[in-house]
Design a protein around this ligand. Structure first.
Ligand code: GAP
Length: 677
């Protein structure tokens, strides 16, 4: 059920967007993704969601989907409050709200836009500008559809879904809530009037206390659906055949709303499709990118040649991504349009490291491995990036204690990945395990993607994606034959494994061996295809984490003894949308106003300043507390020299504890800059 937004937003509403007031969460103008058949090629792979407890795997041979159940909590007061504040203060609005909203799309209001900009700037600074070994990219959203064929998205980027046999509503296979009760089954139905008959099986779960007749009514509706022969109302008289009952405990085979049986799980494609040019035909199909990463792979050579970088180095991009998620949920957490901040960090394969440096460095399995070293293999780089990203989160106010980690198991890993560590944040809606511990939900995944992506684009585009490394060529020539053979063999086996797995239908084992041999022979010439470590973060999820992390309620008692609860958004000053509030103590004293405006103008070129002269000073502080402004400065009579020693000073107030101190106006800018950078 979707309830309205007025006076605080209902829980179901933050899952579903706005909408008509009765159970119409599915009616938001977006068609469900197109269905795949189960006849995909045997080497197909399906993307596995990256966060703990939210995953499943498809056995490509049998088509069977094995999933871990993940039900969403019914109530989450904390989220309701956050959503309500976001709407009220202009952090986040439902997209297209005046037209009833559109499920899975969100707009950022004035404060949200600032917050988002700060987060993206901080990422860009940390990942691109402050490093010697990275470069930036800004690619188009719509790219050649051939890219998505090569990456595997066209054929296999899908979610497993199940359909209610009665209402046709769809749910993600890993999100069906377990239900208990009595299962009523039938083997068919028939009409004694017209002689119409069905021999389909159907089942309905009857919850405790419900009337079995309601189950039978649903069964009659189900059987009547497929019949064009039944006259009006004839369906109500259908005779149900072969009724049997059984007890079900925590069954995930029934739709949570209708309680009717669900279909088998089937994959549904997640990419948004469009057409380029005036003709809508198969030849003009294009896709909105479902990740920013692929543009980086296809521009790898251009960036390498123009940036004077050398492997190991990374290319980063921030930008929009689109996925026609089956069930957008948890406010902005799973949206259909969102932004990613992705780095593809290209490294030498371990065989190349070994050839040049004799061995691959080992680093402790936990903790930061320190400054990058030339002899690092993929494991050290993976560990490094996990820890670098955690440092980033700590640097913007997400303490390590609020984060979780999930190292994907071999079953969860995408087939090309060697490892993937998800950094989780403990959102208010994150699940508790049996012991009450919260692992969290995925903020970012750091994947070791091997040389899969560049290899795929090399094969599909026919353009070489490998690099030449003089150090490798020189080192190779000096290696003992035994070592050369060993490294050659290992590289050959890895290439053969990849080529076999991704073979096109017309490729023979001989062709694969020939290609793997050529690839391994490249080592002696100093050639190889770089491997990749990919830290991939979602901007919107991070914003949601920052909002949840900042949200604090402070109980206060006013002068008349009345208690009230104020919200203080305790953002780290680096991400806070407004850095400082500037206020004259009184707005009807021109000298105070003039000086306050001068302070505002002094700070404005350097940071986002909010000037406020209306209402009591306490009310103005409270407004800034809600916006998450870490500092306020007040220009009072002492600033004008009432106490001569305080001339040209201001009162500086700290948001988090209300502490106040005096600061010289001449020192204000540098003091604030030191806090917000
Ligand atoms: N290139 C790898 C990649 O796209 P992913 O795990 O599918 O990997 C990376 O996505 C990050 O993008 C996630 O960790 C998450 O933060 C964000 N993300 C993915 N799907 C999202 C969605 N539907 N809504 C919001 N953020 C999403």
């Amino acid at each position: 059920m979707t309830r309205g937004w007025a006076g605080g937003i209902s829980l179901t509403a933050w899952s579903c967007g706005t909408g008509p007031p009765s159970g119409a969460a599915y009616a938001f103008g977006i068609d469900f993704p197109e269905q795949l058949t189960n006849t995909n090629p045997p080497n197909q792979w399906f993307r596995v969601r990256g966060s703990a407890g939210r995953m499943g795997t498809l056995n490509p041979e049998t088509g069977n989907w094995k999933y871990n159940n993940m039900a969403e909590p019914k109530e989450n007061l904390q989220m309701e409050k956050i959503v309500s504040l976001c709407k009220r203060r202009g952090f986040v609005f439902p997209s297209s709200e005046i037209y009833g909203g559109i499920n899975g799309f969100w707009d950022y209001g004035p404060l949200g836009a600032e917050l988002k900009r700060n987060v993206k700037d901080l990422w860009w600074n940390a990942m691109i500008r402050q490093r010697e070994d990275t470069a930036g990219l800004e690619a188009t959203i719509i790219m050649s559809p051939a890219i998505w064929k090569a990456s595997g998205h066209v054929d296999t980027f899908a979610d497993m879904m199940r359909e209610c046999l009665l209402t046709k509503k769809r749910v993600r296979a890993d999100q069906v809530e377990p239900q208990s009760g009595t299962v009523y089954r039938w083997t068919g139905a028939e009409s004694k009037t017209s002689g119409w008959k069905s021999t389909k099986n159907f089942a309905v779960l009857l919850r405790k206390g419900e009337n079995p007749e309601s189950a039978r009514k649903k069964a009659r509706e189900f059987y009547a659906q497929g019949s064009i022969d039944l006259a009006t109302d004839e369906w109500t008289q259908l005779v149900l055949n072969g009724e049997s009952t059984a007890t079900a405990t925590d069954s995930i085979d029934f739709h949570p709303e209708s309680c009717a049986e669900l279909s088998e799980a089937r994959p549904f494609k997640l990419m948004f499709k469009t057409y380029v040019g005036p003709v809508e035909s198969e030849d003009s199909v294009a896709y909105l990118r479902p990740e920013t990463a692929q543009a980086i792979f296809v521009q790898f050579k251009n960036v390498l040649e123009t940036s004077r970088q050398k492997v190991p180095f990374g290319i980063g991009q921030i930008g929009k991504a689109f996925r026609n998620e089956v069930t957008p949920r948890n406010y902005t957490f799973r949206s259909r349009e969102f932004e990613q901040m992705e780095m593809e960090f290209f490294i030498q394969p371990d065989e190349v490291i070994e050839a040049i440096y004799g061995s691959v460095a080992t680093v402790p399995a936990t903790g930061h491995p320190g400054e990058p070293q030339p002899n690092w293999g993929w494991q050290a780089w993976h560990q490094y990036w996990v820890e670098e990203r955690v440092r980033f989160y700590e640097g913007i106010g997400l303490a390590r204690t609020t984060l979780g980690f999930h190292r994907q198991t071999p079953e969860e890993l995408a087939h090309y990945a060697r490892a993937c560590t998800d950094i989780l944040y403990q959102f208010p809606f994150s699940k508790k395990d049996a012991d009450g511990n919260v692992a969290g939900d995925e903020l970012e995944g750091i994947a070791a993607r091997s040389d899969f992506d560049l290899s795929q684009h090399q094969r599909f585009s026919g353009k070489p994606m490998g690099v030449f490394d003089e150090a490798l060529r020189t080192a190779w020539g000096k290696l003992p034959k035994e070592k050369q053979d060993d490294l050659w063999k290992r590289y050959y086996e890895n290439r053969k494994k990849y080529l076999t797995k991704m073979a096109k239908p017309d490729e023979t084992p001989e062709q694969i061996q020939k290609q793997a041999t050529e690839d391994a022979n490249g080592l002696a010439k100093g050639q190889y295809i770089p491997h990749v470590i990919e830290p991939s973060a979602g901007v919107d999820r991070l914003i949601l984490a920052l909002l949840a992390n900042a949200y604090t309620e402070v109980a206060k008692t006013d002068a008349k003894g009345r208690s009230e609860t104020n919200v203080v958004m305790k953002f780290h000053p680096r991400v806070a949308p407004i850095k400082v509030g500037v206020m004259p103590l009184l707005k009807n004293k021109p000298e105070l106003v003039q000086k306050a405006l001068a302070v505002r103008d002094l700070l404005r070129p350097w940071m986002n300043v909010y000037y406020d002269e209306t209402g009591s000073i306490g009310r103005r502080y409270a407004r800034q507390d809600e916006a998450g402004t870490p500092f306020c400065v007040t220009i009072d009579f002492d600033s004008l020299g009432e106490k001569p020693e305080l001339l040209d000073t201001v009162t500086l107030r700290y948001r988090d504890d209300g502490r106040q101190e005096r600061l010289k106006i001449s020192e204000l800018r540098d003091w604030l800059l030191a806090k917000i950078r």
